[in-house]
Design a protein around this ligand. Sequence first.
Ligand code: SF4
Ligand code: SF4
Length: 436
Amino acid sequence: MMTGTSPQHHRFQSNAGQHVLVVPYSRIYDLPLDFAERLDAGEHEALAMIAALGLPGAHEMPLDATVTPTPHSISLNVSSSCNLGCGYCYASQGRFGGSQPEPMTFETARASIECLFADRDSTAPLTIGFLGGEPFVNRTLIHRAVAHASMLGRQLGRQVGFSVTTNATLLNDDDIKLLRAHRFAVTVSIDGGEAVHDAQRPLARGRAPGSFRRLTQAIGPLLKDPGLAKIAARATVLPGVCDLEDRFKDIIGVGFTDVGFSPLRTAPTVPGFDDREWDRYLRSLVALSRSELERAMAGRPIRLANLAIALKQLHRGAASPYACGAGGGYFSVAANGEWYACHRAIGNPEYRLGDSRGLDEPARRRFLSARTVHAKADCNRCWARYLCSGGCHQEAAVRTAASCDFIRAWLDFCLTAYCDLSIGQPAFFDRDTNAA
Ligand code: SF4
Ligand code: SF4
């Protein structure tokens, strides 16, 4: 059956019947067949009813408001080097093209953490992330920063969580104890089985064993006994190698239960996806998602993070004019103490918005106003605009019709999956055990 779409709504169907996504505020409704047909025929009264369903509720913010919340999440770029030499690294192994020649000192980390805790009236949970280069090159700082933030959290009655993105090859027993003992979201960069991973993520000095074996040996004890840590695997998909199924199996085989894929869209020195890749990638992602959906229908968790996260966002009605918190609730601190809107933009003056002594609020407001999805002409008429939100700011320059078609096709698949699962296994959405 043909289904209709407009900037205000997107029609789709599932095994459960006919549905509509009302674009503002991402509201999903089941439709009687006769109403669905009237809507698809463009009947004025049906379209007006859908438009009314997209109005803000009493406590909902207008979607076009520019808000500058108190930051609740920072990442600290603690290291300016890495023991691997991945060709696609956005950070040039932590040096950011020469902008970050030295690692962060504890004094810089402490000032940033104390700035995050500065709003004494707030009770919002805080998150402190560690990035690099490879963050565990600067492990002493991580251990001290976690101790300091935890102490402040106890003193000030604030909940504090941590995150780290790591290649995991350098983890030692003390690091594992630290990760187990705190609420740590640990993201491990692993691109597939040994052959794929070692080819894409070689050791900087090429010694044996390769990075895959080092990673699996080092992360094994944490996977077996994670304590308070939540561990996720994230794989970068390079052009020409879009088949996900084998990689997924290989990564699951290591012991991960949460695996996400990110296609390489742009990198300083190697080419990212071009228009020919998206369709292949979509087919592979959907095929893998179908098998994970079967698991979910049988009452088991979804291990594919791309799908689990999308379903969770649809369930909570996620709708935002921003793809991420960059410059809003989230900032990334360079080793020299400057605050940037995004960790991929260290050294880029357009993203530099202050330091631990204070943010440049007018510059921040200008940054956010220029990057809302409403400021992007192509996005304004797209039904996916409050789910995709215009995408990552770093990737705006490589957005094409083919990459947008991929996003819409993927979201359409996820909407259908969401309705199927809501009927077939509603308990799925009550659990917190899924990879999301
Ligand atoms: S980036 Fe593309 S898919 Fe996303 S909202 Fe804009 S036009 Fe739509
Ligand atoms: S701009 Fe892109 S890389 Fe930066 S925080 Fe947002 S989504 Fe992440």
